[in-house]
Design a protein around this ligand. Structure first.
Ligand code: PEP
Length: 253
């Protein structure tokens, strides 16, 4: 009974990261309607935020990136306040696909702080590359700890109001889009490690998601791990039928 209550009050979160998909708004709206459920965050490309936001009745709107400045000569920039005004609640920062294009920890830190200041919940992505993971889980933890320290520099407990106003997504690089997910046990160990580190060093209580080749076959095992508060889903979130099944699994977990 106690466990059922805990689960009911702290639901797990499924974040759909659509990346540069789909190609047209009508398809984005169709996918949003099919994925519309409680405890789901839908992060479409910027041009579809308004249409997807209107289509959602239960799910929450997310964005895939944000710039840290509020105004000025920053071609291509989208500010956190602009996102807020569109009804966005969560924003992914530091995704490895953006880091691969040159985003540094300093930039990720500015984005996370600007998002928090504007009342958006950053979903901060961290994770080690394959060369580090090959050295073992301890090396992966050291890598992730270094990223967290740099990405969260200057973030105070008072800027993180609840455990869901700052979300960390553990996304090992070798698992993203490869079909080779981490084991649920390793992901859970890393989630525990991240939570422990952030409480000890920053007095921050955060939710930790796992991301990297989560699909309908393995979602249940990740969501069943008490330390894992949900999943960040890329490819599988674009398959409406598959994502619906993952939503049902989440509702049962
Ligand atoms: C992602 O986009 O962060 C991701 C984890 O992608 P995929 O689920 O396709 O591995």
């Amino acid at each position: 009974m106690e466990e059922a209550l805990t689960r009911a009050t702290v639901p797990k979160l499924l974040v759909a990261n659509w990346k540069l998909n789909p190609q047209i708004e009508a398809e984005a709206v169709r996918l949003a309607r099919a994925s519309d459920a409680k405890n789901i965050v839908i992060a479409p490309p910027f041009p579809f935020l308004v249409a997807v936001g209107k289509a959602l009745k239960r799910a929450t709107l997310g964005a895939q990136d944000v710039f840290w400045k509020l105004h000025g000569a920053y071609t291509g920039g989208v500010s956190p306040l602009m996102l807020r005004a569109l009804g966005v609640r969560y924003v992914i920062v530091g995704h490895s696909e953006r880091r691969a294009l040159g985003e540094t920890d300093t930039m990720v830190n500015k984005k996370a702080r600007a998002a928090l200041r504007a009342g958006l919940a950053p979903i901060l992505c961290v994770g080690e590359p394959l060369a580090v993971r090959r050295k073992g889980l301890a090396a992966a933890k050291r890598f992730v700890a270094h990223q967290l320290r740099a990405d969260l520099r200057g973030v105070s407990p008072s800027s993180v109001i609840s455990h869901q106003s700052l979300v960390v997504a553990y996304e090992p690089l070798w698992a993203i889009g490869t079909g080779r997910a981490a084991t649920p046990a390793d992901a859970a160990e890393m989630a525990e490690f991240i939570k422990g580190l952030l409480v000890k060093s920053y007095k921050l209580k955060v939710s930790v998601l796992y991301g990297g080749s989560v699909n309908v076959r393995n979602a249940g095992a990740f969501l069943a791990e008490p330390a894992i508060d949900g999943a960040l889903v890329g490819g599988a979130s674009l398959q409406a039928a598959e994502f619906r099944k993952m939503i049902s699994i989440n509702q049962r977990s």
